[in-house]
Every structure is written in structure tokens, then in C-alpha cells.
Design a binder for this molecule. Structure first.
Ligand code: C2E
Ligand code: CA
Ligand code: CA
Length: 821
């Protein structure tokens, strides 16, 4: 079994891993957001912190100057002076000190009329604007002003004794503040000029001053994309330089003329970033570790399960191969404590194996029984037809190899039906068993004796040198059956008819060989039974001819091709018309008139002959009616009955029914039986004759002298008429022994009180001799050939007067059969 599959552990693994992956993605994005937020917060803090520091230093600077100026004005007693000339003078004097201590770069002293009372430098518009603001609001004003470098511009109002106001404005460099900031914030700072909408890179940004110029310029030189001013103002700018990471945040110092001055706070976030990276690494590492551990765990948990499952599925085919023991030896069980579904399955399959084994035993036993039934006959224990066919085919196939002959002996017990009918089936069965035993002992060990069905047995003989070997066996069988069979108090003499079919041809069909033997067996039976016949080609032709005839007879009946001819029987002494013998005629459309001798003997015993026989009898009844109507009252018609007809149990009923139907007495009919019919089954014949005799029918023995007729059985039978066969009559005047037979027969028959008919009487001399010898009735061409029924009454008109035959005329050929006398 090579089915591809994805194992349960793999599926479990995939399931778990995908779940974990989802969780991991969820967690890592959460932590990433968290990190981002932290970073943002860190950056905002930076800005706020920077702003606070800038404001702080700014105000410190302002306070310093303000304090200095206040103490300075006090010192020079400005409030007691009428003008500001002294102030201007004193300021000029203090300028160097201011420059030195307070980093003051320039001083402007301006009165209300915008007169510059003292100035160390030009009077730029920014300063003018700042001063104007002070005059207007009358309070100090400051701003950051970056002409080249950035400065804090502080304007303060001052009053004299008159209450006039001047504004003193001082500008101080922010460089110091930058360094102060660097110290307090512990990070590098720089003042950068960036055009509005510019970018923080080397081309558009200019470093005005920086606590670490090299670093600042290197960072700007990186020209990082996405460094637009607005974005950097809001989020800062992250830069990686060499091994360090930096965050640049901008604080607006001053915006003028489309230029902005910004304080850049440069944070070294290397450590911070390293921490972050480490955190991420740890996260991924632990995640993969968990994955691998889980995978291993799933594998270790499920692989034994899979192994056992595969073991079981590999073992299952053993059940189909009926290797139950081997199946049970496969170790599928585990300690009870850790049992799982697989153990339940293993247990069930073990149970199943036991049940299947049991079932298999039953099936095997039943199969054997069935084989026996299929191959052996239940009653006799002999091989049956199936076995016969099988063995025969085998033997025929071996002919070519062994260069030898094969024979089939078809046996049929003679008169077995009689035993069965009179002694019952029980005895019949016992007899069959005995017969089977006799057949069995007659054949060698390598030969096959089988029961074919009913009382038929078939023997197959192989490796024969010639047909003589088969004959030898047939004779052995016949010898076996010579012994009587004793069953209880009954003793049976059972003979058998054997047909032998022999072949040396390997192409012979087994069915053909059997049917040939069957044909030969019928031949043996027809010849009186208790003998064997060897099949030859003509037998087959005979059978084929019979089969064809049977078909034709059936059709002929339907097409009314049959008719009867009636041959008169006349009292030898009185010439009175005694009756007629009804003789069958077949007007075949192609073959013309067919003699009954050409088909009746062939169809003897066949169902068609019986059917035809009944048609003849009915026709005879109709003819008796016509003859009576013609005026001949006590006429008797002789009907020839075939052996088969006489064996038919239905005959008495049929005749009885006809008597009733036609309102006739049986006295009008004489039934002719041949000696062969009589001897075929003596007991049955006598019984049948007696039952018909009771109704009133009389019997004639036809063709007397040709068969086994003997006085002994004539005495036993209710016979009325003896018909001396025409072969005796023909030569009676020439052949003395024929004459002797005739005269002694007549004497004997008369002695028994029976009537004698001589048939085939053709000459007046024969007639005279027979009359002289006391023969009762004459039938023959001398008086009349058989008359076709349609001509009967014209013929009677011509030949009879008041029931007496006129003088005989010259003999003519029998037109009704086409035969000449
Ligand atoms: P069978 O019963 O011995 O009939 C007498 C045969 O002798 C008839 O031949 C008849 O035509 C012929 N025959 C009569 N007189 C003379 C004669 O003077 N000279 C010669 N040469 N022959 C004479 P057929 O009609 O050909 O019948 C032949 C046989 O066919 C009959 O012999 C009988 O055994 C059988 N048969 C005829 N009709 C029937 C029938 O209806 N039923 C049965 N079962 N057999 C019949
Ligand atoms: Ca006859
Ligand atoms: Ca006859």
C-alpha cells in the first residue's frame, strides 16, 4: 500500500506553528508600536527639555543684563539726572566690561524722539522695531536676532528725573548659551540656518555654530532623505553615523526673511537603539526557540502514535491474507495505564481477527461442503456431472501429450423406472446406490465413474490403446450387473445398456463425446438392453434423421398431411366383410407419399408418435361413425398401436372418453400390438390390456411368428386375434416350413379359442389353402389393397353387396403406398 499522506504530527505542527506565528506577529507589532511610542515620547521629552533649557538660559541672560542695568542706573543716579548724557557716557565707559562679563556685543541708547544717544554699531531695523515696541508698551522687550550668528536682543526702558524715557538695547551672543545648554542637557547642540521648506542636509542647511561642529556637519552630510523641515520639527530626525545612532530635534530660535534659525539638539541614541535591537533580537530568538521546542514536543508526542497507526495499517492486510496468527503477533498493545484510542483500535482489530478467523473456518467448511455438493452426487457419492465435465475435459486435453485414446461409457439401467414405480423411490434409491457401487468397482483407480443423473452413469477411461480397452471395461460392468441385487427380502435383476464413444482426437468436445455415447446407449437399449454398443457415424445420422422427422411430423399433423387407408378383412368361409385395418398414410408435400414403415419405426417411443397415435385413433372413431352411417353396423376397425402409445398411461382414459364422445362401443375396435411391443414390458402390457379389455376392446397380435411369440405368454394375455405375418403367407405354397408354421399356428390359436387372421394374401391359391386350413379371416391384396379413406365408400359400393365381398379381381399395385405387390 503506497498511499501518500501528510502525517498527523505534521498537520498538528503546521496548526500550532501558524497559531504561534499569528500570536508572534500580534505581539511583535504590539511591542513595535510600544517601542515607537516610547521613542516618540523620548523625542518629545527631548524637545520639551531643550525648550525649557533654552528659555531658562534665555531668561538667565536677560535677568543678568536687567540686574546689571538696574544696579548700573542706580549707581549713576539716573533718577536724579535731567538728561541721559551721563548715561550714554557711562555706558560707553562700561562697554568693555559688558563685553567681557556679559558677552554684550552691541549697545544702543535711543530717546523718545528716536535720537541715538549712544550706539556701538549700526542701527538695524530689528533693533529699531524692538525699541519702538518698548516705547509703545513701556516695558522691556526681547527677541533672538540672527544677522550672522544668533544674538539675544534685549531692550529696557529707563527714566530720568524729568520722567523722560530712553530705551537701552543690548545684544548678547548666544554662543555661551549654546555651551551652557550642552553642559546642562549633556548633549551636543548647534544653531542651524535652514531656508523655509528646506531640508536638513548639507546643501540647504548651514551650521551657524555648534558644540561639536565635526559631528554636526557629518550628520548633515549624510543627506538623509525624508528630512523635510516640517517633518523634522514634528518628529525629529534619526541618523546612523558610523556605529552610532543620533536623533536630531530642532527648536525654532528665529524666523526671518524666509530663513529659519534653529537650535539642533543632537542626541546620541546608540545605547537606546542598541537596547531596542537587543530586545527585538531576544524576542525573535525566544520565538524561534519556542517554535522549535514545540515542534520537537509535537513530534515526540505524536510520532509513536503515528508509528503505531502505521504498524496497524501495515498489519491489516494480513487479515485479508487470512494470516490471523501473524496479525496477532504484531505488537500493538501498550501498558494499560497509558492506553489511548489506538489501543482501543488495536484491541478491536484483535477481536476482529478472531471473529474473522472463525468466520473463515466456517466459510472454508461450507465451501468444502459446497464443493462436494458441486462435484459429487449426494445419493451415490460418485462424482457428479460437474466433476465429469471437468475430468473429461482434462482427459481430452491430455490426449495429445499421451498419444492415447479416451472413451466415454454411457450407462442406463434397463427398466429402472419400473422398479421405481412398483417398489417406491426408497427402494429405487437403494438400488441406485448398489448399481453405483457396481459401476465404481468396474473401473480402475485412474478412471472416473460418475452419476450422470437418474439411473444414468458415465464412465471416463483415459490412456487407452484402442477401443478394445473400453469394451473390456463395458463387459466388466455388464458382468457386475449379472449378479442379482438383494434389498431386504426383494431380489432384483437389473441390467444396463452401455453406449461407448471412443476418440483419439484431442479436438473432440467433451459434450459431443458424451452425446455420442448416449446415442450408442439408446441403440443398445433398442436392441433389448443388457448390452453395449459402440458409437459410429451412422448412429448419429439416424438420430439426426429422427430429430428431423419428429419436427416434420409435428408440422404434418398441423397441416393435415396425414390420412388413413383402410384394408378390408374378409371372413374366409362366408366372404362377409369382417372389418378394416387402418393404415397410416403421409402425403408429404415434397417427398410424396411416405410409407409408414419409413417413419413409424424411427419415431417409435417419441412423444410425436404418441400424439400422432391419438390422432389416428380419433380418425378411426370418425370412420366407424361414417361406416355405420353407410349401413355396415357391426364393422370392426383394427388400429395399430405403437409400443410408446401402449406404454402411455393416458391411453385408457383417452379411449374411454372417445367412446363416450362418439357413443360407440369398444366392440367396433380391435387394437393391434406387435410381438415387440408385448415383450418390451410384459407386466405393464398385460395390465394395460386387461384394463382396456374391461372396457370391451379386443386385441390382435400383429406380425405373429416374427418375434418371440410363444404359447406360454399368449396364454397369459387377454388376446383375441392372432395375425400371421405376411412373410409366412407369401411363401406358404413354395416353402414347406412356412406352410408348417401357418398350419400349426392356426391349430394352436384355434385351440386357445382365438381368431386367426392371415395378412398379405395375394393369390387365390393362398386363399384356398388358408381356408382349407381353417383360417378365419383373410386380409391382402387378393381382396383389396388399403383403400384411401376418401375412396372407401365408392369402393365398398363397387366391391360389396349387403356386407359381403364380391368376386376377387386381378391384383393391381397398392396405389396408397406406391408399392407393387
Ligand atoms: P402391418 O400392421 O403389418 O400392416 C400390414 C401391411 O401389409 C401394410 O403395409 C399393408 O399395405 C401391407 N399389405 C397388406 N396386404 C398385402 C399384400 O397382399 N401384399 C403385400 N405385399 N402387402 C400387403 P403398410 O400400410 O405399408 O404398413 C406398414 C406397417 O406400418 C404396418 O404393418 C404397421 O406396422 C405400420 N403401420 C401402418 N399404419 C399404422 C398405424 O396407423 N399405426 C401404427 N402404429 N403403425 C402403422
Ligand atoms: Ca397391422
Ligand atoms: Ca402385420
Amino acid at each position: 500500500m503506497n498511499i501518500k499522506f501528510v502525517g498527523v504530527p505534521t498537520k498538528l505542527l503546521v496548526l500550532i506553528v501558524s497559531t504561534l506565528l499569528l500570536l508572534a506577529v500580534g505581539f511583535s507589532s504590539l511591542s513595535y508600536w510600544r517601542l515607537q511610542a516610547d521613542y516618540q515620547e523620548f523625542q518629545q521629552n527631548n524637545i520639551v527639555q531643550g525648550q525649557v533649557q533654552v528659555n531658562l538660559h534665555n531668561s538667565i541672560l536677560r535677568t543678568k543684563i536687567t540686574v546689571w542695568l538696574e544696579s548700573f542706573t542706580d549707581l549713576i543716579q539716573l533718577s536724579q539726572q535731567d538728561d541721559f548724557s551721563n548715561l550714554a557716557l557711562q555706558l560707553e565707559k562700561q562697554y568693555d566690561a559688558l563685553q567681557l562679563h556679559l558677552n554684550v556685543e552691541d549697545i544702543w541708547l535711543v530717546d523718545e524722539k528716536q535720537n541715538i544717544l549712544f550706539a556701538t554699531n549700526d542701527f538695524p531695523a530689528v533693533v529699531q522695531d524692538n525699541i519702538a515696541q518698548v516705547f509703545r508698551l513701556q516695558e522691556p522687550e526681547h527677541r533672538i536676532y540672527c544677522p550672522q550668528s544668533c544674538q539675544l536682543l534685549l531692550s529696557l526702558p529707563l527714566l530720568n528725573k524729568q520722567g523722560d524715557m530712553v530705551v537701552v538695547t543690548m545684544s548678547t551672543s548666544l554662543v555661551d548659551m549654546l555651551f551652557a545648554l550642552k553642559t546642562t542637557l549633556d548633549r551636543d547642540v548647534a544653531v542651524i540656518r535652514i531656508p523655509a521648506n528646506g531640508e536638513i542636509n548639507s546643501s540647504s542647511a548651514k551650521v551657524i555654530s555648534a558644540s561639536n561642529m565635526r559631528l554636526t556637519e557629518s550628520l548633515l552630510a549624510m543627506n538623509k532623505p525624508d528630512s523635510a523641515l516640517n517633518q523634522v520639527l514634528a518628529q525629529g530626525l534619526h541618523l546612523d553615523l558610523e556605529k552610532n545612532s543620533y536623533l536630531i530635534n530642532l527648536l525654532t530660535l528665529s524666523e526671518q526673511d524666509k530663513q529659519g534659525f534653529y537650535l539642533a539638539l543632537i542626541d546620541d541614541v546608540t545605547a537606546y537603539k542598541a537596547k531596542n535591537d537587543a530586545y527585538q533580537k531576544r524576542f525573535i530568538l525566544s520565538l524561534s526557540l519556542i517554535f522549535s521546542l514545540l515542534a520537537a514536543f509535537v513530534y515526540f508526542i505524536s510520532s509513536p502514535f503515528t508509528k503505531r497507526l502505521l504498524l496497524l495499517s501495515n498489519a491489516l492486510p494480513l487479515l485479508a491474507q487470512k494470516k490471523f496468527d501473524q496479525f496477532r503477533q504484531v505488537d500493538l498493545k501498550r501498558p494499560r495505564m497509558f492506553a489511548d484510542e489506538l489501543d482501543v483500535l488495536a484491541h478491536s482489530s484483535e477481536e476482529l481477527s478472531f471473529e474473522l478467523e472463525q468466520l473463515n473456518l466456517v466459510v472454508e467448511q461450507k465451501t468444502k461442503e459446497l464443493e462436494n455438493i458441486a462435484m459429487y452426487d449426494l445419493l451415490t457419492g460418485l462424482p457428479n456431472r460437474n466433476m465429469l465435465n471437468y475430468q473429461l475435459r482434462k482427459s481430452l486435453a491430455n490426449i495429445a501429450r499421451h498419444k492415447s485414446g479416451v472413451a466415454v461409457l454411457f450407462l442406463d439401467l434397463d427398466d429402472f423406472k419400473k422398479v421405481n414405480d412398483s417398489n417406491g423411490h426408497n427402494i429405487g434409491d437403494k438400488l441406485l446406490i448398489q448399481a453405483a457401487e457396481r459401476v465404481r468397482v468396474s473401473v480402475g483407480e485412474l478412471d472416473l465413474a460418475s452419476r450422470f443423473g437418474g439411473d444414468e452413469f458415465v464412465i471416463v477411461l483415459s490412456h487407452l490403446n484402442s477401443v478394445d480397452d473400453a469394451i473390456e471395461v463395458a463387459e466388466k460392468v455388464l458382468l457386475q450387473f449379472k449378479e442379482s441385487i438383494k434389498l431386504g427380502s426383494n431380489i432384483f435383476y437389473v441390467s444396463t445398456s452401455i453406449g461407448i464413444a471412443y476418440t483419439e482426437s484431442a479436438t473432440e468436445k467433451s459434450d459431443d463425446l458424451i452425446s455420442h455415447a448416449d446415442i450408442a446407449m439408446y441403440e443398445a437399449k433398442d436392441n433389448g438392453g443388457g448390452q453395449y454398443h459402440i458409437y459410429h457415424q451412422e448412429m448419429f445420422q439416424r438420430v439426426a434423421h429422427r430429430v428431423m422427422l419428429e419436427g416434420e411430423v409435428r408440422q404434418a399433423l398441423a397441416k393435415q398431411q396425414f390420412s388413413l387407408s383402410l384394408q378390408p378383412q374378409i371372413c374366409a368361409k362366408t366372404k362377409k366383410l369382417y372389418g378394416f385395418e387402418a393404415l397410416l398414410r403421409w402425403q408429404h408435400p415434397e417427398r410424396g407419399m411416405i410409407s409408414p414403415e419409413d417413419f413409424i419405426p424411427i419415431l417409435e417411443n417419441s412423444q410425436h408418435m404418441i400424439e400422432l397415435g391419438y390422432w389416428i385413433i380419433r380418425r378411426c372413431f370418425e370412420l366407424v361413425i361414417s361406416i355405420k352411417e353407410y349401413g355396415l353396423e357391426n364393422i370392426r376397425i383394427a388400429i395399430n398401436l405403437s409400443a410408446g402409445q401402449f406404454m402411455d398411461a393416458n391411453l385408457p382414459h383417452f379411449l374411454n372418453d372417445l367412446l363416450v364422445e362418439f357413443s360407440l362401443t369398444a366392440k367396433n375396435f380391435e387394437l393391434e400390438l406387435t410381438e415387440q411391443t408385448l415383450v418390451k414390458d410384459m407386466d405393464h402390457t398385460i395390465a394395460m390390456m386387461e384394463s382396456l379389455k374391461v372396457i370391451g376392446f379386443s386385441f390382435a397380435i400383429d406380425d405373429f411368428g416374427t418375434g418371440y411369440s410363444s404359447l406360454a405368454y399368449l396364454k397369459k394375455m387377454p388376446v383375441d386375434v392372432i395375425k400371421i405375418d405376411k412373410s409366412f403367407i407369401f411363401g406358404m405354397l413354395e416353402n414347406h416350413s412356412d406352410f408348417q408354421i401357418i398350419t400349426s399356428t392356426i391349430a394352436m390359436v384355434k385351440n386357445l379359442g382365438l381368431t386367426v387372421v392371415a395378412e398379405g394374401v395375394e393369390t387365390q391359391a393362398q386363399l384356398r389353402s388358408l381356408t382349407e386350413n381353417d383360417c378365419d379371416i383373410i386380409q391382402g391384396y387378393y381382396y383389396s389393397k388399403p383403400i384411401p379413406e376418401k375412396d372407401l365408400f365408392t369402393m365398398l359400393d363397387k366391391q360389396t353387396t349387403k356386407g359381403y365381398w364380391k368376386v376377387a379381381k386381378k391384383i393391381e399395385p397398392d396405389l396408397s403406398t406406391g408399392k407393387s405387390a
